[in-house]
Write a protein that binds this ligand. Structure first.
Ligand code: UPG
Ligand code: MN
Length: 759
């Protein structure tokens, strides 16, 4: 795809900017030296302990913490980012030379993912600044819902007005639900013509919104003689493939609706399966060399996003080196101060660190892939060209003749034929064939080509597969941000998401794409493997975390010790770690413009998540390994926030961001830790009350200053759960969970007592 540079002006289209990182490195090294001193101290004093159990456990946990600290240091050591220059691109490259892009939008459920959100995603993408005849938009509907189909048909009609309007007036925000807010009006000094069209457009969008709303409210009647007939009595988990070309005119990108075949006998592999069906169908119909995938809860926020992507694509070096081009996942209307810790702000330095290695992880949405990379090519495989044996193609891509033809074209790097592009509808039969649920049997789909199966974090796994072949990746963050999406806005949906990620990430370690295997056998860089290891081990971290979190309570109850005494010199080590670490993270957050409150939320949710969803994930993984459980992809609830203030549901402002609970057992370990620590603190305080006033300081020291402090710190981290114990309704932790946790907590206390009694 690299083309000759026509311009003498050789300014780069894309630039790597290296950020100085000396200060952060120095602080991280200081923390590391403290961590190591702590380990050394433990080893030296091991023999002097009366009760060596907590000492040993602490040593093991701290070794683990030191290990993850080293991992994260390795990732963050070099910091850089990429800048792209679309205006230089427009001067240098002719629009005719832009490559075609197939756009994939996935949706799975019109209730969890309200159609109007998905339709705004679609509209924002149809209206991007890019030659219309080079784009095709495929909407994959895993819900097989006539409502989604109806919505996309109506939306396409509206798009015929919306797209020219956006382009004519160079509108910056092309997702109508964000553009037409209740407060937005055209400016007085805008032309009369604009004001007029603006009103008309707002009206039209209002109509579209109403139509979709109305259709969502009542059961769909699928008239026998209409386009909807195929949806009659359809069962979303058992139905033939439905593919409809909704628009194939010149004044709009092609719009194609796909609901791949489903059958309970065949595993459909959730989103990864949907992406593979999209890849095949688009391969048959339009076969663009680039593919962009966007989740239905994201929208293009910067109309020039494709041009930014092309800056990366056209960079000559990238053609040989770069497998995918990612844009960040940022969120609109995110809850203030991120109470559930799910807006990913704290990964900024990790992302910039990865940029200095092989590149960012694939994050599942907002990413441009080269089709040849998804088809399994490696950077040095240039010569797969020419005669690829037909049997080989059959083995890899399956039986479809049309797909094999199109794949051969991509693999040989020849320019995609144009005939396909003009009327995809002539290829519907071939497309239906490759969207079948048994198509992949005996092929490489999901194993070596396409999105990889075997993890519910299919994005990280697929990206790992690509990096493992030696490709690099790039992330760039234009201003305004390329894409915006909605972060889960309730604690329940945030739990669903974190649970799925933690399980999915662990699953990766059990596939043949294990990062270490790929370093040894494949082309994954060693430090990149460390980065994958760091993220995939999220779930495993919960074990040392829960052990460490039980230590303070154990020590207070049994009168033993896991930290140096307050009057010992070595007390400075844990205090040092605690203070420097927290100040450091605070400083990092400040540089990102994160509020103090958000910093605290992120810190406490770090503990809460580790002791709830991550622990749950590892238990789940064990069950899975024993064959007792299967992992599923639970779709998160997306909330439509209308800008007119009439929010749906009972999300009145003051309750937004409050913790809600259901009967699920995920939060139980957190509740147990909370109860155990309360018991320990009460125990400690009672003991203090018994001693004489002038001896109280001595008693505090014997109780363990460090241990008491840790226990209180944990109480602060789990403060929301503490409140949940006393609240009712959905804001309260269900009594069944409290009972079960109470029993476990009592059991723990009992065990502590037993273990401290001489046998
Ligand atoms: O069977 C399924 C399940 C999900 N989806 C789609 O997958 C996308 C992501 O689902 P969502 O519930 O929004 O998950 P998130 O946790 O928000 O997604 C993050 O994590 C996923 C992996 O766990 C990635 O696939 C996503 O791209 C990434 O944004 C949505 O468009 C869904 O419609 C399907 O198409 N089919
Ligand atoms: Mn999502």
């Amino acid at each position: 795809m690299a083309i000759n540079i026509q311009d003498s002006n050789c300014l780069p289209l894309q630039e790597k900017i290296v950020h100085s990182n000396k200060m952060a490195r120095a602080i991280e090294l200081i923390i590391l030296s403290f961590l190591i001193s702590m380990l050394v101290y433990r080893v030296i004093l091991f023999k002097d302990q009366n009760n060596s159990f907590p000492w040993l456990l602490a040593l093991v946990c701290e070794s683990w913490f030191t290990f993850t600290w080293i991992l994260s240091m390795c990732i963050k050591w070099n910091q850089c980012s990429f800048q792209t220059y679309p205006d230089r691109l427009l001067k240098r490259v002719n629009e005719i030379d832009f490559p075609a892009v197939d756009i994939f939008v996935t949706t799975a459920d019109p209730i969890l993912e309200p159609s109007i959100i998905t339709m705004n995603t679609v509209l924002s993408l149809l209206a991007v600044d890019y030659p219309l005849d080079k784009l095709a938009l495929y909407l994959s509907d895993d819900g097989c819902s006539p409502l989604t189909f109806y919505s996309i048909v109506e939306t396409t009609k509206f798009a015929k007005l919306w797209v020219p309007f956006c382009k004519k007036y160079n509108i910056q925000l092309r997702a109508p639900f964000r553009y037409f807010t209740s407060t937005s009006t055209p400016l007085e000094n805008d032309s009369l013509e604009f004001q007029h069209e603006w009103k008309k457009m707002k009206n039209e969008y209002g109509n579209l919104y109403k139509k979709i709303e109305l259709a969502a409210q009542r059961p769909f009647t699928c008239d026998c003689n209409s386009d909807f007939a195929v949806f009659r009595d359809v069962d979303r988990s058992n139905h033939p493939a439905i593919i409809k070309v909704i628009s194939e005119t010149k004044d709009l990108p092609h719009v194609i609706y796909i609901s791949r075949e489903k059958n309970p006998k065949h595993h459909h592999h959730y989103k990864a399966g949907a992406m593979n069906a999209l890849t095949r169908v688009s391969g048959v119909m339009t076969n663009a060399p680039l593919m962009l995938n966007v989740d239905c809860d994201m929208y293009a926020n910067n109309p020039q996003v494709f041009l930014h992507a092309m800056c990366m694509v056209f960079d000559y070096k990238n053609d040989q080196e770069c497998g995918f081009f990612q844009f960040p996942q940022a969120f609109y209307d995110g809850l203030k101060d991120d109470p559930f810790g799910n807006q990913l702000a704290n990964y900024y330095y990790i992302i910039n660190g990865l940029a200095a290695l092989q590149g960012i992880f694939y994050m599942g949405s907002n990413c441009f892939h080269r089709r040849k990379v998804i088809y399994g090519l490696s950077p040095n495989d240039k010569t797969k060209s020419g005669n690829i044996r037909n049997e080989d193609l059959h083995k890899v891509f399956g039986k479809s003749f049309e797909l094999r033809e199109s794949a051969a074209q991509i693999l040989s790097g020849s320019n995609t034929n144009i005939e396909n592009r003009t009327n995809p509808s002539s290829l519907i039969e071939a497309a239906i064939d490759v969207a079948g649920c048994s198509y992949e049997y005996g092929t490489h789909w999901g194993k070596k080509v396409g999105w990889l199966y075997g993890s519910s974090a299919e994005d990280i796994l697929t990206g790992l597969g690509i990096h493992g072949r030696g490709w690099k990746s790039i992330i760039t963050s234009p201003d305004p941000l390329a894409f915006l999406g909605c972060a889960p806005s309730t604690y329940q949906s945030s739990l669903t998401q974190q649970k799925r990620w933690a399980i999915g990430l662990l699953e990766i370690l059990f596939t043949d794409k294990n990062p270490f295997l790929l370093t040894i056998k494949g082309n994954l860089w060693f430090r990149q493997a460390l980065a994958y290891c760091w993220i995939c081990l999220w779930g495993v971290r919960s074990i040392p975390e829960i052990c460490y979190a039980s230590l303070p309570a154990y020590c207070i109850i049994t009168g033993s010790r896991f930290l140096p005494k307050g009057n010992e010199q070595a007390f400075i080590i844990p205090v040092g770690i605690f203070v420097i670490y927290n100040v450091y993270i605070l400083w990092e957050s400040k540089r990102l413009g994160v509020s103090l409150r958000m910093w605290w939320n992120l810190q406490r949710m770090g503990r809460v998540t580790a002791l709830t969803t991550w622990l749950f994930a590892i238990l789940n993984m064990m069950l899975k390994l024993m064959g007792l459980s299967k992992s599923i992809f639970e779709v998160t609830q997306k909330e439509y926030k209308s800008n007119d203030g009439d929010d749906v549901g009972d999300n009145d402002d003051k309750n937004v961001g409050r913790f809600t609970y259901d009967k699920s057992l995920v939060i139980m370990p957190g509740v147990v830790i909370l109860l155990v620590n309360i018991t320990a603190l009460v125990n400690g305080v009672l003991r203090l009350l018994k001693v004489e006033y002038n001896k109280i300081w001595m008693e505090v020291l014997t109780l363990g200053l460090g241990e008491m402090f840790c226990s209180m710190w944990l109480l602060l981290c789990f403060w929301e759960f503490l409140k949940g114990l006393f609240r009712n309704g959905k804001y309260g932790i269900p009594s069944s969970t409290i009972w079960k946790s109470g029993i476990l907590a009592l059991f723990f206390v009992h065990l502590c007592r037993r273990s401290s009694q001489p046998f």
